[in-house]
Design a protein around this ligand. Structure first.
Ligand SMILES: Cc1ncc(C[n+]2csc(CCOP(=O)(O)OP(=O)(O)O)c2C)c(N)n1
Ligand SMILES: [Mg+2]
Length: 595
């Protein structure tokens, strides 16, 4: 047996006597775990006690939702597991929102949920709730330790399956099962490669691409998760095809590449939308073609209804789920892109013949969109013009452009759910994968800040920046405590517009400006940050944005978090979901005027 000295990462080998706590911790070491987020609790204290000896850092947070989000951010930038743990009952139920968000972000988060003791389960004792049903729809796999002897086996399975199935898994452990003597062997991690996919389907895809006159690639999260950016670039260059990115995956293709045309979806790139609307063949590379990501924008129905769609996804259930497809390939985005490049080598491509013409179209669409963005310094709808009139505060778009210009190299940017965060989609460009951490399809306010904290723990060498609205800030600001205690240095760009803006926009557009619960009365957020032991800076001029951002990033290297309180006007960009709201209809006399 190993001599367990401080931070010993050597895993015990062979069948040996140990406690279930030791089996849990050793299995995590075997799986490469070095950091776990959570709040201390008696339920798992016996295992927690030996984390340091195993070289595992426990990062105590302010709220378990924050721990799950941190594990998500950690996983997304590192490509390794994010892990969180909590007290049975209330600690575990606090995880729910964070786990649901990680589910839709495809993050390999392992959620360790100690449960009430097996001897009293069902009697309604202290901190008891059934913990498996709660997570059943937001995890890819649920491992329940039904016998302490199986601790290592089931722990290993949860870690293996989080990677295999690309999503959160739950490890549920009755709290009395941490104790006792067992004999077991620590399983070695199982990592299964995916490969490029079915040979016949790849051949069919290559034929379609070779015959395409206007192929367009839509690069999604799969390109990021498979580390396939280089292969995606090679494929795009072979076809000289413009590359759009799927919604909130602005880091799937290098923005500095001439074939990059930007993201589709809400507040995305008009160039990407116009170009994809011309496509006769779309190669959807590592994207499930989520419905929210292809909704009409700017009054434009851009999805090419008559194009042939080749969809490549690591999850076979995503193929043809949302959009009809011509060819479905169940494969890894990186491997499939490489296979297609190999298959297209030496082939005569129809799109070679009009390459110059297509290139001119790509350049002109990109140029037009840049010019439009440059001129688009503020919103021009009647509400926005009226409300921003005479304000000394910054226009959100001007501020977002200034942030874009000052963005440090290698930055990881998380974005929240809100009007200004959504508008930022037009101004977030990345050359590296694993750089954009948006709240994705779950769309929960309060996502961005803790995710940035987790990302920073995983990659302290990269700047971590969270874009957060002032409403969403109220949900998440408690993690400033974690930053101050644990010396986690991130930058919070806090958009202070004094309102839950995105929802207010619906009141403006559909409810005749009858405002309900959307006005915020804010304290000085910069003063609040200081009182938490962090730095707080008020920024009220566009000219000061760049320097303030850079200075905050410098402070990150000292382990110091800064809240940049951006004073912005109340103007509001296009709404989230025109599709989901309709004009109010009232039949009862007392509500007649509410239309
Ligand atoms: C947890 C959660 N609660 C409520 C919502 C509904 N919602 C969506 S956007 C939004 C307003 C966001 O306001 P703020 O964070 O101030 O950003 P702003 O829109 O003002 O830029 C709300 C309440 C949500 N998405 N998530
Ligand atoms: Mg707001």
């Amino acid at each position: 047996m190993n001599d367990m000295t401080q931070g010993n990462r050597e895993v015990v080998r062979g069948k040996v006597k140990m406690t279930p706590s030791e089996a849990l911790v050793e299995t995590m070491v075997a799986q490469g775990v070095t950091d776990i987020f959570g709040i201390v609790g008696s339920a798992y204290m016996d295992a927690l006690d030996i984390f340091p000896a195993a070289g595992i850092r426990f990062i105590p947070v302010a709220h378990e939702q924050g721990a799950a989000h941190m594990a998500d951010g950690y996983a997304r930038v590192s490509g390794r597991h994010g892990v969180c743990i909590a007290q049975n009952g209330p600690g575990v139920t606090n995880f729910v929102t964070g786990v649901a968000a990680a589910y839709w972000a495809h993050s390999p988060v392992v959620v360790i949920t100690p449960e009430t003791g097996s001897g009293t389960m069902g009697l309604g004792g202290f901190q008891e709730t059934e913990q498996l049903p709660i997570f059943s729809k937001i995890t890819k796999y649920q491992g329940h330790v039904n016998n302490p002897k199986r601790m290592a086996e089931i722990t290993a399975r949860c870690f293996d399956r989080a990677m295999l199935e690309m999503g959160p898994t739950q490890l549920n452990i009755p709290r009395d099962f941490f104790y006792g003597d067992i004999e077991c062997e620590i399983p070695r991690p199982i990592r299964i490669g995916r490969g490029a996919g079915d040979e016949a389907a790849l051949e069919e895809a290559a034929k379609l691409l070779a015959s395409a006159k206007f192929p367009v690639i839509l690069a999604g999260g799969g390109v990021i998760f498979s580390d396939g950016m280089r292969e995606a670039v090679a494929l795009a260059e072979r076809l000289h095809a413009p590359v759009a990115e799927s919604y909130l995956h602005n880091d799937a293709f290098p923005a500095s590449h001439p074939l990059w045309v930007g993201p589709l979806g809400y507040q995305g790139s008009k160039a990407a939308m116009k170009l994809i609307s011309k496509a006769d063949v779309v190669l959807a590379l590592g994207t499930r073609l989520g419905p929210f990501g292809t909704l009409p924008q700017y009054g434009m129905e851009y999805w090419p209804a008559n194009a042939k769609i080749i969809q490549i996804d690591a999850d076979p259930r995503m193929l043809g789920l949302v959009k009809p497809i011509s060819v479905g390939i169940n494969g890894d985005a990186k491997a499939a892109a490489a296979a297609l490049v190999a298959k297209l080598a030496g082939r005569d491509l129809a799109c070679q013949r009009n390459k110059a013409e297509r290139d001119a179209t790509i350049r002109s669409e990109k140029g037009d969109w840049e010019k439009e963005l440059e001129r688009w310094t503020h919103e021009t709808d009647p509400y926005s013009v009226e409300i921003a009139k005479g304000s000394s505060h910054m226009h959100p778009r001007e501020m977002l452009r200034a942030l874009e210009r000052a963005m440090p190299k290698g930055a990881m940017v998380s974005t929240d759910i809100g009007n200004i965060c959504s508008v930022s989609n037009s101004y977030l460009r990345f050359d590296e994968p694993r750089s954009m951490l948006a709240a994705m399809s779950f769309g929960n306010c309060g996502y961005a800040f803790p995710v940035a904290c987790g990302a920073k723990v995983a990659r302290p060498d990269r700047p971590a920046i969270a874009y957060v609205g002032d409403g969403a800030w109220g949900i998440s600001l408690n993690e400033l405590l974690t930053c101050a205690r644990e010396n986690i240095g991130v930058t919070v760009v806090l958009f202070n517009n004094g309102q839950w803006g995105a929802e207010k926009k619906n009141h403006v557009d559909f409810y005749s400006r009858r405002y309900q619960g959307v006005e915020l009365k804010n304290p000085s957020w910069s003063a609040v940050a200081k009182s938490f032991g962090c730095e707080g800076v008020v920024v009220d001029k566009v000219g000061d944005v760049g320097a303030a951002l850079q200075e905050s990033v410098r402070r990150q290297s000292e382990g110091k978090t800064t809240v940049l309180e951006m004073m912005v006007t109340k103007e509001l960009g296009d709404p989230f979901r025109r599709d989901a709201l309709s004009r109010p209809v009232r039949h009862l006399a007392k509500y007649k005027s509410y239309v």
